[in-house]
Ligand binder design. Structure first.
Ligand code: HAM
Length: 436
């Protein structure tokens, strides 16, 4: 038997599961605050859903196979095509804009490295049916507010924003042709990870000469809204192309979130379907990979489902986010714990332990008892190991008086309590909110 999970797959022992549960809880809470509803789709989809639209990077990482019915299928590497298919199928009956979120587990056969695994969970938030730039601001604000809900500030996380409409205007204005745009995008996307000579060679292979290549690098180097506005003034259609991003940034400023946002034209996103705003969230020191990425994809629903609806959204993975939270000490502390441990002194007390434990559980208290009779000392050791706050000891003498012994394990105090009153007393005495 293999003793380990497959490379790039994780076991979640209970201690590790705590962080995952915390991440999911915050994701769901903040998405709900923005009026998003949760949905899900199948983890296995027809292969062509991804080969058609996601672009070559994801197509090369698919967990694809032929099923027993001879169908070409794949585990889902991303959620967006499933969402587009689902919305397109019911588009007429859904009130727009549609605000939906999901927390799927996704599978990509990636080279296993820090921050990149072969499975991850990804919060997806998408807004469908809203063409205006205030929608883009809403989505970015949601991503930022999730960061804030984890305790991260603008000194910890940065949102790097660009817009493919802007990039197109600048690249075309700089001498790149429409047909060469994909090659130019690929080079900009790799700018931070590759040497310039390599990229120049790659651009040349795509038909982009040295002068136009310099233009590509200059465009990608643009930082900040004023520099962008100046660059757009010099190209045809620049002002028009820049207008949506300007409004998005103004809306984020109005919300008080502008301090999180950097205009950065190196962000293009690897996926093929984006048409407008694109953005990624990174840790401020950039030692980790992207926490979140998304953008506007106004043509995907039309091409996948024949329904012409503008759309935008983002995906936020649990892996890099979890690393950042650990690095910043923002992981909730707490080993699993229970509220009450019920112990028996003799075999005759065991049915009374079962009855009381059951009443305590019905009252909402996390309760445990020894499943086989042991010495009381041993039972209390187990209570300690479980971080129980209270132990209730049931013995023949107390029982004869209609009482049980309640021990406060932290305060190291004990007192006799009437059996008839003990459930209500413990229920009011113990705060059962999670995390307390
Ligand atoms: P993506 O950039 O491929 O976008 O993934 C979004 C985020 O998921 C990344 O920033 C990263 O945190 C996480 N992620 C992706 N791949 C891995 C991996 N192999 N291991 C760990 N984490 C990973 C999308 O998937 C788009 N479909 C997002 C979207 C939704 N766009 C519009 N709506």
């Amino acid at each position: 038997m293999p003793s380990q999970a497959l490379p790039g797959f994780r076991d979640f022992y209970p201690d590790e599961f705590l962080l995952r549960a915390h991440i999911f809880r915050v994701w769901r809470e903040v998405a709900a605050r923005y009026g998003f509803e949760e949905y899900d789709g199948p983890p296995l989809e027809p292969l062509e859903l991804y080969t058609a639209k996601s672009g070559p990077e994801i197509a090369g990482q698919l967990y694809g196979f032929v099923d027993k019915g001879g169908r070409e299928v794949s585990l889902r590497p991303e959620m967006t095509p499933t969402l587009a298919r689902m919305v397109a199928a019911r588009a007429n009956g859904l009130r727009k804009p549609i605000r939906w979120f999901s927390v799927p587990q996704l599978f990509r056969y990636e080279r296993h490295q820090r921050g990149r695994l072969r499975e991850h969970f990804q919060l997806n938030c998408d807004l469908i049916g809203e063409p205006g730039p205030e929608g883009d601001a809403e989505l970015i604000a949601l991503a930022v507010d999730i960061m804030r809900a984890f305790g991260l500030t603008e000194r910890d996380v940065r949102v790097r924003v660009s817009d493919r409409r802007v990039l197109n205007a600048l690249l075309l204005g700089g001498g790149v042709t429409e047909a060469q745009l994909p090659a130019a995008y690929a080079a900009v996307d790799k700018l931070e990870r590759s040497r310039r000579e390599e990229l120049t060679a790659q651009l040349a292979a795509g038909g982009i000469d040295a002068a136009a290549a310099d233009g590509v690098f200059e465009t990608a180097a643009i930082r900040g809204a004023p520099a962008l506005a100046a660059a757009l003034e010099g190209v045809p259609g620049g002002a028009e192309a820049g207008a949506p991003l300007r409004r998005t940034l103004a809306a984020l400023d109005a919300m008080g979130l502008g301090g999180f946002v950097d205009v950065d034209l190196t962000i293009v996103r690897g996926l093929a379907y984006y048409t407008g705003t694109v953005f990624e969230l990174f840790d401020a020191s950039r030692t980790l990979r992207a926490i979140c990425g998304g953008g506007r994809y106004d043509n995907l629903l039309l091409s996948l489902g024949g329904v012409d609806l503008p759309a935008l959204g983002f995906g936020m993975g649990d892996v890099v986010l979890g690393e950042l939270l650990k690095e910043r000490g923002l992981v909730p502390s707490g080993t699993a714990s229970i509220d009450v441990f019920v112990a028996a002194i003799t075999g005759d007390d065991v049915p009374h332990v079962l009855a009381l434990a059951h009443e305590l559980r019905d009252a909402g208290l996390r309760t445990e008892y020894a499943l086989n009779l042991q010495a009381v000392g041993k039972q209390l050791k187990l209570a300690d190991a479980r971080n129980a706050r209270i132990a209730v000891v049931i013995g023949p003498d107390d029982r004869a008086r209609g009482e049980v012994m309640v021990k406060d394990l932290a305060a190291k105090q004990q007192r006799a309590v009437p059996r008839a009153a003990v459930v209500a007393e413990l229920q009011t005495g113990i705060d059962t909110r999670p995390g307390t």
